[in-house]
Design a binder for this molecule. Structure first.
Ligand SMILES: C[S@@+](CC[C@H](N)C(=O)[O-])C[C@H]1O[C@@H](n2cnc3c(N)ncnc32)[C@H](O)[C@@H]1O
Length: 224
């Protein structure tokens, strides 16, 4: 392992706002499931999740802009999460946590209705592997369970196939599209959603790519 990566992994262990549960610690559920507000944030603010948060720029950007909410970024890559954790430490952000985990485990991490909003930012497009996409029906079902009634999901992507796939899945699903654009940065350039950028979003914009954005919610909450 590269020396820098090793240093970051070691530092990751010391961050009080980074959780790296082993599989066994998720069984049957993580100790903070249903208790994130009481036991970690120590407030009653709503929680927003970012899935596949990478280096955490978006999670920390939202946390700065909306101090009246709590934010949790989830990613599988510890080396990327280190950057977000370092920002939280440097800026003493009290409303942010990161979890190193697959998004597949969110039902072990959060209880039904515990989450107010979910952001899916520039997910891996998973060509030819539809079931692995973060907007595949198996994932939507999980989101529907952990979201509070009328909770909102946001998707930002540069990948037209992923965007079109998601729109097709949502047609089959009990979801209502609240906003959809294939050119976020032209159509909604003055909105906060276009002003806070993820790491990949900055790269794609520099390359002149258009960013698509979807905002949707489920018509009913799934408690099963
Ligand atoms: C293209 S990057 C985007 C990172 C960040 N959202 C951004 O826009 O800069 C996709 C990220 O999703 C993470 N990822 C992929 N599949 C995941 C999964 N099942 N659960 C959690 N994270 C995942 C990867 O580790 C990677 O950091």
């Amino acid at each position: 392992m590269a020396k820098k990566k090793l240093i970051h992994f070691t530092e990751n262990i010391s961050f009080p706002h980074l959780f790296q549960p082993r599989y066994a610690e998720l069984q049957p559920e993580f100790r903070l499931k249903g208790r994130w507000r009481e036991d970690f944030f120590r407030n009653n603010q709503p929680i927003t999740l970012e899935l596949g948060c990478g280096k955490g720029e978006y999670t920390t950007g939202l946390a700065r802009e909306f101090p009246e909410r709590n934010f949790i970024g989830i990613d599988i890559k510890g080396a990327r999460l280190w950057r977000g954790c370092k920002t939280v430490e440097e800026e003493d952000l009290k409303n942010v946590a990161f979890i190193r985990s697959r998004a597949d485990h969110i039902e072990n991490l959060f209880q039904p209705g515990e989450i107010g909003e979910i952001w899916i930012t520039f997910p891996d497009p998973q060509p030819g592997k539809e079931r692995k996409r973060l907007t595949a029906p198996v994932f939507l079902k999980r989101y529907q369970r952990i979201l509070k009634p009328s909770g909102i999901i946001h998707l930002k992507t540069d990948d037209r196939e992923f965007y079109n796939y998601t729109r097709e899945v949502l047609k089959e699903y009990q979801a209502e599209i609240l906003l959809a654009t294939e050119d976020l940065h032209n159509v909604y350039k003055n909105e906060p959603v276009a002003q806070i950028l993820t790491y990949y979003e900055s790269i794609w914009l520099e390359q002149g790519k258009k960013i698509a954005y979807l905002r949707f919610q489920f018509k009913i909450q799934d408690k099963n």
